[in-house]
Ligand binder design. Sequence first.
Ligand code: FES
Length: 101
Amino acid sequence: MAEFKLGKASDVTAGKGKLFTVNGKKLAVFKVGGKFYCISGLCTHVGGPLWDGILEKNIVTCPWHGGQFDVTTGKCLRGPPKQDETSYKIIEKNGELFVDL
Ligand code: FES
């Protein structure tokens, strides 16, 4: 595992996803209850942009076909996707966000 800097914590606002790209990998970062969570950014169905999905509490809805994931765990909650998203640990230091990949 290696730690990569994402950007400022203030760039991630509650209730919305934010895209970060690290080493060519698209990551979707969310803020829920004051904590930051990161999952793979592309939906496991056919690659919809989860950072653009609607976030309600801890659940993001894929904007393409309505699949749902728990952003705190990556678990798939509603199809059409069948696979969970990979979940990554976020570390916040001095107002900056880092991810363990
Ligand atoms: S691409 Fe996400 S539900 Fe189809």
